[in-house]
Design a protein around this ligand. Sequence first.
Ligand code: XIL
Length: 341
Amino acid sequence: TAPALKTFFNGKFKVGFTADPAWINDAPSQAILIKHAGSITAENVMKAQTIGTSAGVYNYGPADQVVNFAQANNIAVRGHALVWHSSTPAWFFAGDRSDMTAFRAIVRQRLETYITDVVTHFKGKIYAWDVVNEPTSDDAGSTYRNSEWYQIFCDSYLDIAFRAARAADPDVELFINDYSTEDPGKRARYMTVIQTLLDRGVPIDGVGHQFHISTTYPSAAQVEQALIEVEAKGLINHVTELDISFYTDPGSCFANQTGCVTGLVAGSAAVTTTLRTQALQYRAMYNIFASRASVESVTTWGVADNHTWLSTFPVTRLNLPLLFDTAGNPKSAFWAVVDPA
Ligand code: XIL
C-alpha cells in the first residue's frame, strides 16, 4: 500500500497540493488530500481576481471553504497570492492619471487596504503568503517584469506589499515567488530583486520556486543551485508549484509549433516512455528537496492528472504531470518518490 506522503517526508518538508472547492469535493482528490497532504494552496480562489470584488468588498467564500476543509483535516494552508500582475482586478488601477503623484497615492491606498484586510481575514490560519508573485523579468535587459504595478510604482510596490503584509500579521511567513528559477539568467535577475528588498530592510522570510519543469529539463543540479543561492541569503525555500510536464519549454508552443500543439496520443508507447522518464525526474527532484534543510514546503500544482492547468496551457493537449493518475491512483512518479534509492 502507498505510504502517506506527509508521513514519509515528515521532518523534511510539508507535502503540499493545490485545491479549489471543486477538487476538495471530488472524491478521489479529496481522499488524496486527506491521506497525503500536509499543506494546501488554493489554485485560484485566494487570488485578487476572486477575493477582490471591488474596493473594500471581498469574496472570501470559496477561499474559506478551502481553509475550513484544511483545518478539519489538520492540513496547513499556504496563501497564494496577494499581488500578481495576472490576477489584479481593474478597479485597483482605475482613476485619472493626469496627476501621477495623486494617482499613485490612491492606488497605494487600495493595495495597502487590500493586503491588510485579506491577511487579517486569514490570520492564524495560513503559515505562509506569496506576497508578490512573478515580479521578475523574463528578458535579460531588465530586472523587473514590466507589469502595471511596475509601471505605476517602479519596484517600490514590492516594499509596499511586503510591509503591509508584515504589519497585518507579524507571524505569517512572507514569500516572493517566481518561475524558471532553475534558469541561470532568470535566477540572477530574481536574486537581484530579492537582494534589493533585503538591502532596503523589507520583511521577507522566504523564496518560492514554482518549478513548472519537464521530464527532461532541468537537471537536479540546476534545481539544487537555485536552492543553494537562496540559502546563501539566509532565507527559506518553498517549492510552490511543482509539476513535470510531458513537454519542454511552453514558450515554443505559443508559436503553434508542429507536434507541440497535437501532443502525445493517449495510450501510445510514447506516453509509456514519457511516464517512465517523468518518474525518474520526480525522484531526482525529491531527493534534492529532501537533502536540503532549507526546503520547508514542496507543493505539486494540482492533485491528480484529471485536473491540471497544463492540459490547456499553453495549448490543449494530453499532459499527465502529477503524482496521481486520472483515477487518483499513485503513478510510477509517486512510487519513485517514495523509493528514492
Ligand atoms: C494558474 C491556475 O492553475 C489556472 O487554473 C489559472 O487559470 C491561471 O493560474 N503560476 C502561478 C499560478 O503562480 O497561480 C498559476 O495558476 C500557474 C502559473
